[in-house]
Design a protein around this ligand. Structure first.
Ligand code: PLP
Length: 299
């Protein structure tokens, strides 16, 4: 695999980036991470990703042993060594391994790692042109009171089981509801619904119980700038099914149009035909990548 990783203080080839099976990051999903992307030689909103990563580290009492300046340097260096212009760049910190015989997390030495690999799409650009087939999965999202989804985490069994369900039903990905039946998020993305009462677009997306995605933030800003009405609030499933447009937001592809929900075409459109709001936000999202206020050139 093309790429470069950073582990135990050294830059190594991806195949040499290995952790012990005794690391609690592996044994208990006791870790946090963040994923930024580089597009045409520029990091997009790197500070927003580092802010979120540092907040996640603090919330989980993880101490990575590197400061923010070093994290940034490592991310740049991974991309540089990998020779990539479009990249998926992950930083992570695991709990590490407890002292022999101990099960006390305070005895663990936390471990910081990073890697850069070629850009990873939630759905390839070819697939995106057709639109995504989304289902509402039967697992309920882990309650936010148990695992705070604002801390980026690897507690993905609900998503992974939901993905299998999606594949069995001929769809590509899955969105999950919370215990009250409100739409939350899916494996690697936030969810937006667009309504058009009386002509003016209204966007609705969950206000809580989801990761505060950097792409979600970008769409919120773009929607406000475009003069669309924006409501961050619980979104009941019955209302979601009435949406005129549905799209997903993710670092892995930006604004991704959903063509069908549980097999029903969204907005009654044919595959590959998307609503004007999704198309506008897609254009604006990628245009922002040339804006120096959002991009940081590779060193
Ligand atoms: C569960 C979950 N929700 C939402 C997102 C989207 O966040 P971002 O836009 O920062 O990529 C991700 C990204 O990996 C995610 O894992």
């Amino acid at each position: 695999m093309q790429g470069c990783a950073y582990i135990d203080g050294a830059f190594v080839a991806p195949e040499d980036a290995k952790i012990s099976i005794f690391d609690w990051g592996f044994l208990h999903s006791d870790a946090t991470y963040d994923v930024a992307h580089v597009w045409r030689g520029r990091f997009f909103r790197l500070d927003d990703h580092l802010d979120r990563f540092e907040a996640s580290l603090a919330a989980l009492r993880l101490v990575p042993g590197v400061d923010r300046a070093r994290m940034r340097e490592v991310m740049h260096e991974c991309v540089r060594r990998a020779g990539l212009q479009d990249a998926y760049v992950e930083v992570l910190c695991t709990r590490g391994q407890p002292a022999p015989g101990s099960r006390d997390p305070r005895s663990c030495v936390n471990r910081f790692m990073a890697f850069a690999i070629p850009f990873v799409w939630i759905a390839t650009p070819e697939r995106q042109r057709q639109g995504i087939a989304l289902i509402v999965g039967s697992p309920r999202r882990i309650p936010a009171a148990s695992v705070d989804p604002r801390i980026k985490n690897y507690h993905w069994l609900d998503f992974v089981m939901g993905l299998y369900e999606a594949y069995e039903r001929g769809a590509e990905t899955v969105g999950l509801l919370d215990a009250e039946g409100h739409v939350t998020e899916g494996p690697g993305f936030n969810v937006f619904a667009v309504f058009r009462p009386g002509g003016r677009p209204r966007l609705v997306s969950a206000d809580a119980g989801v990761l505060e995605g950097v792409s979600r933030l970008t769409v919120i800003e773009l929607a406000r700038a475009a003069g669309f009405e924006l409501q961050l609030r619980p979104l009941p499933l019955a209302e979601f099914r009435q949406a005129d447009e549905i799209f997903l937001t993710s670092t892995g592809g930006g604004v991704i149009a959903v063509a069908s929900l549980d097999g029903v075409p969204v907005g009654g459109r044919a595959p590959g035909v998307f609503g004007p709001v999704t198309e506008r936000l897609q254009r604006d999202y990628w245009a922002l990548h040339d804006d120096p206020r959002y991009g940081e050139p590779l060193r």
